[in-house]
Design a protein around this ligand. Structure first.
Ligand SMILES: NC(=O)c1ccc[n+]([C@@H]2O[C@H](COP(=O)([O-])OP(=O)(O)OC[C@H]3O[C@@H](n4cnc5c(N)ncnc54)[C@H](O)[C@@H]3O)[C@@H](O)[C@H]2O)c1
Length: 253
């Protein structure tokens, strides 16, 4: 790649939270960033943050679990920003419930957004990476991959993301493509705020309770995860592939 050429990244679920912080971070590192989320209008704030700092960004509306929308979104990014060679599969939802109360729809929704979404996005983007003989895929797993009460659907999806990541690393390595997973612990976002509300706790109280169980004695913030993702997308990480990095303020395995 000529040094004057800007690499193009797609970050899914980038309207807010970890995805927004990651989009801003990658743009600050010189990437042109497609800020993808369910509604194009919801991406405006992230795009404005990037452009106000002198970066380049495009708002893209798509449901990552919808095959046609994914194909159209990736084609649009290639057309308007250039061939995407960095992909962060971050879009996610929770539908927590104990197994005996979990509906099949709640199972399907969570598996659909996380796993099917990551599969569809990666399949659509990989041809651009293979053509460029360079690619970086980063998938969002979670400490819940190790098992978490009330999250049979989510923990299965997040463990699945790890197997998916390792297989991508094996299949795509010879094309200069690496694939890695970042597995956050507790990160303060709208997602964890919604969990606090669901269990009937104030968000401050919920975070304090979580922090007391974490070795570094604080909960994470989106920038903690964005930094780990940025490393995996860098040129320096070309010999690091198929790994799962827990970003959880302490050891997990
Ligand atoms: N917050 C945490 O503590 C934590 C911990 C571990 C893993 N994660 C993972 O990190 C990722 C981001 O989490 P967050 O806390 O920032 O969540 P969030 O709920 O704040 O943001 C998720 C974003 O994904 C988008 N999204 C949902 N479904 C989508 C779809 N079908 N297509 C496109 N976009 C969609 C939402 O609109 C939202 O903007 C998720 O994959 C989540 O599972 C979060």
């Amino acid at each position: 790649m000529p040094s004057s050429e800007q690499r193009v990244a797609i970050v899914t679920g980038a309207a807010r939270g970890i995805g927004a912080a990651t989009a801003v971070r990658l743009a600050a590192e010189g990437r042109a960033v497609a800020v993808l989320d369910l509604d194009e209008s919801s991406c405006k704030e992230t795009v404005e943050t990037i452009t106000a700092a002198g970066g380049k960004a495009l708002a893209v509306g798509a449901d990552v679990s919808d095959e046609a929308q994914v194909e159209a979104a990736v084609a649009r990014v290639a057309q308007e920003l250039g061939a995407p060679t960095i992909l962060v599969n971050n879009a996610g939802v929770l539908r927590d419930n104990l197994l005996f109360k979990m509906s099949a729809a709640d199972w399907d929704t969570v598996l659909g957004v996380h796993l099917r979404g990551a599969f569809l996005m990666t399949r659509a983007v990989q041809k651009h990476m293979v053509d460029a003989k360079f690619g970086r895929v980063v998938n969002l797993s979670s400490s819940s991959a190790l098992g978490n009460r009330g999250q049979a659907n989510y923990s299965a999806a997040k463990a699945g993301m790890q197997g998916f990541t390792k297989t991508l690393a094996i299949e795509l390595g010879k094309f200069g493509v690496t694939a890695n997973a970042v597995a956050p612990g507790f990160i303060a976002t709208d997602m964890t705020a919604a969990t606090a509300a669901r269990v009937g706790m104030g968000f401050e109280e919920f975070q304090a309770a979580a922090a007391s169980q974490i070795p570094v004695q604080r909960v994470g913030v989106p920038d903690d995860v964005a930094g780990a993702i940025a490393f995996f997308t860098s040129d320096a990480a070309g010999f690091v592939s198929g790994q799962v990095l827990y970003v959880a303020g302490g050891p997990l395995d």
